[in-house]
Write a protein that binds this ligand. Structure first.
Ligand code: DX5
Ligand code: ZN
Length: 252
């Protein structure tokens, strides 16, 4: 499929997922004030994060509906943060290109709705973005065993997808250990659902290096302090010799 050059103007090709070796915090705007998204993103950008997690829901794969390409395209003009797009939609292959054209830099799709995951990963790479595969809490790790090493990031859900502010599922988080064995040290593992300063040391000790947090950041009146609280929680693990926390622009 050819891509019309004019449609691709929103793509910021220099924005790539950071190499492994740092812990990244990816605030999810699902819990932000949707009437003030540009300001909400500016607040987390000033807290020094490198990426923002965009939850896309279609009311079919999950029982909720959120944002799509037109909103992402408008947000693209407001920030240089990496757009980490989590597609919770039934037909990711059908819509992937539209998200790239809107300005997504990384696209994660769910294995449960991808009959040809390798083909889709390859297509995303050809479109100039990085690719991620996601596992629901009840989906066995074996389903991604062959495709995970082809991805740039694997996303492990620790809640049932669809809503922010749910309770962390400890058993689902344990899958991170097996995913890390499969992908080795060079591929990011993102974790999504119920991540806060209490659950952060658990998932980091399992091998996660990219932490999605919605409620823990946007339900907090001081977004910057909320990001820093998660950074500090990472250190509870990293002081034991683990991964480095990316704390550029942090207050401490
Ligand atoms: C849930 C979404 C998450 C959500 C996480 O389906 O994929 O990204 O925003 O929210 P918290 O951090 O509040 O659990
Ligand atoms: Zn998400």
């Amino acid at each position: 499929m050819t891509i019309h050059t004019a449609q691709m103007t929103n793509v910021k090709k220099n924005m790539r997922l950071p190499k492994t070796g740092t812990i990244e915090i990816a605030p999810s705007i699902l819990s932000a004030d949707f009437a003030r998204l540009a300001d909400e993103i500016a607040a987390i950008e000033s807290a020094g994060v490198n990426m923002v997690h965009l939850d896309v829901m279609d009311g079919h794969f999950v029982p909720n509906i959120t944002i799509g390409p037109p909103v992402i395209a408008k947000l693209r003009a407001c920030t240089d943060l990496l757009f980490d797009s989590h597609l919770m939609i039934s037909e990711p292959a059908k819509y992937a290109q539209r998200f790239v054209e809107a300005g997504a830099n990384h696209i994660t799709f769910h294995i449960e709705v991808a009959p040809e995951p390798i083909k889709l990963i390859d297509r995303l790479h050809k479109l100039g973005v990085t690719a991620g595969i996601c596992l629901n809490p009840e989906t066995p790790v074996e389903t991604i065993e062959t495709v995970a090493p082809l991805c740039d990031m694997v996303l492990v859900m620790t809640v049932h997808p669809g809503f922010g502010g749910q309770k962390f599922m400890p058993e689902a988080a344990k899958k991170i250990i097996r995913v890390r064995e499969i992908v080795g040290p060079e591929i990011r593992i993102e974790v999504d659902g119920g991540i806060d300063p209490q659950t952060t040391p658990i998932v980091v000790s399992y091998g996660a290096d990219t932490l999605v947090a919605g409620h823990a950041i946007f339900a907090h009146s001081d977004r910057h302090a909320a990001v820093n609280a998660i950074r500090q929680a990472c250190r509870r693990k990293t002081e034991d010799g683990g991964q480095k926390t990316d704390n550029r622009n942090s207050d401490f």
